[in-house]
Design a binder for this molecule. Structure first.
Ligand code: GLA
Length: 655
């Protein structure tokens, strides 16, 4: 699929007069651009009135790109319905839980369940594919754009009908649904599917399983749109198909989605002002690589500098664009694409950075863009090479949805709970894969299961089997509490993992916090644990009995004071160590636990540095060393050592 790494960006020529298009091609050549994503928001221009299509301008654009040696990732243009469609068919509009209808004037104003939207989107996609399938410039298809980004769920009457059909398919008959949802509670028993509604605004908390099923349905409803367009493309073209993901995006279960793309693509906008943005970005690359499995993945959108949609939009520091780009390549990406090619001068995104800034070509940004183009052209031998990892961190959308509902012991941020472990491993120089509930764990020496609240017997068995064959296992608080219908597991919290870990959890005791969502460490009331592994914790404690495990830390406050907070069941008879962490650790405490996990599992870092801002990743036969910090840092690896200057990236050969 790739002779060169993809390098380029979203190209929106319809915002410019044709004389600018020639200049675009000239500058793309200067910058080493290999691919442009074209047509993402072109519906109104391609179909200016119902059934009247105008492709002449797009023919011209694609021909010019082709003549200039730039390939095209062609969008199906269905992401923003034109105003005429809404005027003729207001039923395409999405409806919120409180009945608010979202209108025109922005983008993504469609309900995934609207039959009208689907009909018109299918027709447009068909026309585009029919016209350009054989164009030599077109190397891939870009379906829609960021499904669910602005409208993750629709509660319209038409969505209600689709939700009922989805439920009928899942449960077969209404009594099975009643059992699964526990509708004996609060007089919620349904006599037929026709009585079931989306979880619209209601007087009090809504049935948790109804909410979870609506989350599942909403992810599937968006995915069905992608599948509809993909089938249209596939009937006419064998070029690879993608739709751009958005990192840890709650509304779409990307494990399911990834089965339906030929290559995974991601849009990532880490905040340059956020000190945790670098490891967070690393985690996003890691989940994209993990979602892709054996397929390629590409960074489809990032900013060259600032975005425009935060309250305050920090620019990337000098070299920051390059470092985050090479971080992606190191973590498996086969291309670096930007939003967008030329900075808009009108519209909502005119203050969003681009490859060609308002100030033109004689600029820091354009120079960095050209330099990266040259550098990527020299890195083609990474294409298709793998990023080895001996550690799996489990990530599960059902648990995300369930854990962050209301009516739980405490508001917990699932991503924060998971990334505490990813980031501690990142600081240790250890590369992590993410694993789904159904991923094979066979190749991992360390398996981390953070706050996986919803489990199946199969995942419980798979994790236990990994431990039995010698892998070290870590399970953290709020894991294995509920089944797929959100019923509390029979036999107690942790289910079968209780015997694997040698602990029982009796009661939860989160620390009181009046009004804060517990996702930002600084806002969570702290406490501490003491013992062999002492340190600060955030927000959570629970009453644990360590029946067959060593207690390495105990709680110091509250109901659980004096009781186990961190336990380890020693390896025995070929089985690995089994750890339980009954709280959310501070970074320092997570680092201390990770050091012990690495010792138990035999997993070693690819390189070591005293600086926490050095990132080291092996890809194929190359070792990528990135100093994100503002001071020089020493790095050592098997067979080498170097001093990295502030901000330096070095790619060295490594066996
Ligand atoms: C998303 C969209 C783009 C653009 C960028 C701005 O990634 O896909 O169209 O709006 O955000 O950051």
């Amino acid at each position: 699929m790739f002779d060169t790494l993809w390098y380029g960006g979203d190209y929106n020529p319809e915002q410019w007069a044709p004389d600018v298009w020639d200049d675009d091609v000239r500058l793309m050549q200067r910058a080493g651009v290999t691919v442009a994503t074209v047509g993402v928001f072109s519906w109104a221009k391609l179909e200016p009135a119902d059934g009247e299509f105008d492709f002449a301008w797009l023919d011209d654009v694609i021909d010019r790109l082709h003549a200039g040696g730039v390939a095209v990732d062609l969008a199906t243009a269905t992401a923003a319905p034109p105003p005429w469609l809404v005027r003729e068919h207001p039923d395409v509009l999405p409806v919120m839980a409180d009945g608010t209808v979202l209108g025109v004037g922005s983008r993504q104003h469609y309900s995934p369940s609207s039959a009208t939207y689907r009909r018109y989107a299918a027709r447009l996609a068909e026309r585009i594919v029919h016209r350009y399938a054989d164009h030599p410039a077109v190397i891939a298809w870009h379906v829609n754009n960021e499904y669910g980004c602005h409208v993750p769920r629709c509660y319209s009457d038409e969505s209600a009908v689709a939700f009922r059909a989805w439920l009928a398919e899942r449960y077969g008959d209404i009594e099975t649904l009643n059992d699964a949802w526990g509708t004996a509670f609060w007089s919620q028993h349904y006599a037929s599917f026709e009585e079931v509604m989306p979880p619209r605004a209601a007087p009090a908390s809504i049935n948790p399983t109804q909410q979870l099923d609506f989350d599942r349905f909403s992810s599937d409803a968006l995915l069905a749109l992608h599948v509809m367009e993909s089938e249209i493309i596939r009937a006419r073209s064998d070029k690879p198909i993608t739709t751009n993901f958005m990192g840890f995006f709650k509304a779409a279960d990307y494990w399911a989605w990834a089965q339906h793309v030929d290559f995974v693509t991601d849009d990532a906008y880490p905040d340059p002002a956020d000190p945790r943005a670098i490891p967070y970005a690393a985690a996003v690359r890691d989940i994209m690589r993990s979602l892709a499995g054996d397929k390629p993945w590409i960074l489809m959108e990032q900013a060259t500098s600032a975005v425009n949609w935060r309250p305050r939009n920090a620019p990337k520091p000098v070299g920051g664009f390059r470092r985050l780009s090479l971080q992606s390549i190191a973590r498996g990406a086969d291309g670096i694409m930007q939003f967008q090619w030329r900075q808009s001068v009108r519209g909502s995104e005119k203050f969003h950075s681009a490859m060609v800034p308002h100030a033109g070509e004689d600029t820091r940004i354009f120079r960095e863009v050209c330099a990266l183009g040259e550098e990527l052209a020299r890195l083609t031998d990474v294409i298709g090479t793998r990023v080895p990892s001996r550690v799996a961190v489990m990530f599960d959308w059902d648990s995300w949805w369930a854990l962050e509902q209301t009516d739980t012991p405490a508001r917990v941020s699932y991503v924060h709970a998971v990334l505490a472990w990813h980031h501690a491993l990142w600081r240790a120089g250890v590369t992590v894969d993410f694993a789904s509930r159904s991923s094979s764990l066979d190749s991992y020496d360390l398996v981390i299961v953070p706050s996986m609240q919803v489990v199946t017997p199969e995942v419980q068995e798979r994790v236990a089997a990994a431990r039995e064959r010698g892998a070290t296992v870590l399970v953290t608080y709020q894991s294995a509490i509920l089944d797929l219908g959100l019923g509390v597991l029979p036999g107690g919290y942790l289910g079968s993992w209780a015997s694997m870990l040698g602990v029982r959890v009796e009661e939860f005791a989160p620390f009181a916090h009046p009004d804060q969502y517990f996702d930002a460490p600084s806002t969570v009331p702290g406490s501490a644990v003491e013992g062999a592994l002492a340190g600060d914790i955030e927000g959570w404690s629970e009453v644990v009995h360590a029946d067959a495990a060593e207690v390495l830390a105990t709680f110091t406050e509250g109901l659980a004071a004096g009781g186990p907070a961190i336990t380890r069941r020693a390896p025995s008879e070929g089985a690995g160590a089994a750890w339980y962490v009954a709280t959310q650790p501070s970074d320092a405490l997570a680092d201390a636990v990770v050091a012990r996990l690495l010792a138990d599992s035999g997993v070693t870092p690819v390189a070591t540095s005293a600086s926490p801002e050095v990132e080291a990743v092996r890809r194929g036969e190359k070792l990528f060393l990135i100093n994100h910090g503002a001071t020089a840092a020493e790095v050592e690896w098997d067979g080498g050592a170097a001093t990295l200057e502030p901000g330096e990236v070095r790619v060295v050969a490594s066996a």
